[in-house]
Design a protein around this ligand. Structure first.
Ligand SMILES: [Zn+2]
Ligand SMILES: [Zn+2]
Length: 261
């Protein structure tokens, strides 16, 4: 199965689980609801009619919320919602994602400084001084990794901690690893492009209680592109909070609008 078929099969299973008590068509589903593959959140290309329909359709809103269980809304969507919840076209879906599903990832990401910069940018978009498309392009360069709080089932000794995430455009990858030998966290930033050697990446680590900011300078790794690493302090005290769930947000320091002070 292709990755796209996987996502649709997973979404199908979620929708079926939601309607298991209701044989046949979901009672809320209408003839105007787009087919299920259209809800794969990585897809673009809804028609204006579909978009308008979905903004007020309870079935579509629920299905969008289910698709966000597979892949969270992206940064510009979260920023659009946060800056104008009432005007956001998937308002009901976002409410379900953040409140009913209680998504910790989105909640942590929205506390990042990078996210606050996106809100500022949106203010400029609304004032006609910046373009939404530019924000989307910049946001595609931001790498986000997330590590969920462990469930009861997995509590106790297990694999060492690792959280890894890539930017949507594939340019930047960030990884936070637990080095059990030294009892420290190691932060690794990688780019497949050698030309990024010498550039600085600003990384935010956000846990329930804390937020840390670290800069990593990339070095030339020849055919492997460029990468850099930083060892963080000993895993004790405040750092332990990272195990209870954390988001890691990495962005290029010189990409002014999302990074400037
Ligand atoms: Zn619908
Ligand atoms: Zn989320």
């Amino acid at each position: 199965m292709s990755e796209e078929e996987d996502v649709i099969a997973e979404l199908q299973a979620l929708v079926e689980r939601e309607v298991e008590d209701t044989p046949g068509r979901h009672p809320l589903r209408t003839d105007r609801c787009p087919p299920l593959p259209a809800f794969d959140s990585r897809r673009e290309g809804w028609t204006e009619n579909q978009r308008q329909h979905a903004s007020t359709c309870p079935y579509c809103q629920r299905t969008i919320a289910l698709s966000w269980r597979i892949a969270c809304p992206d940064l510009p969507q979260l920023a659009e919602y946060r800056s104008d919840p009432e005007g956001f076209p998937a308002k009901l879906a976002m409410g379900l994602h953040l409140e009913r599903d209680g998504c910790q990832r989105c909640e942590l990401v929205m506390r990042s400084w990078c996210f606050r910069k996106q809100i500022t940018w949106l203010t400029l978009v609304h004032a006609g001084q910046k373009k939404m498309d530019e924000l989307r392009v910049l946001a595609q360069g931001v790498a986000v990794a997330y590590h969920a709080r462990p469930t009861e089932q997995f509590a106790g000794p297990g694999e060492p901690f690792e959280a890894r995430g890539a930017s949507e455009n594939g340019e930047l990858t960030v990884t936070l690893l637990e080095d059990t030998a030294s009892n420290r966290f190691e932060l690794v930033v990688e780019s497949r492009d050698r030309a990024n050697a010498g550039k600085i990446v600003q990384v935010e680590l956000i846990s329930n209680e804390n937020r840390w900011e670290v800069e990593v300078t990339l070095g030339d790794r020849g055919e492997y592109g460029s990468s850099g690493a930083r060892t963080l302090g000993e895993i004790s005290g405040e750092f332990r909070d990272i195990f209870r769930g954390c988001a890691i947000v990495a962005r290029w320091k010189d990409e002014a609008p999302l990074a400037e002070a």
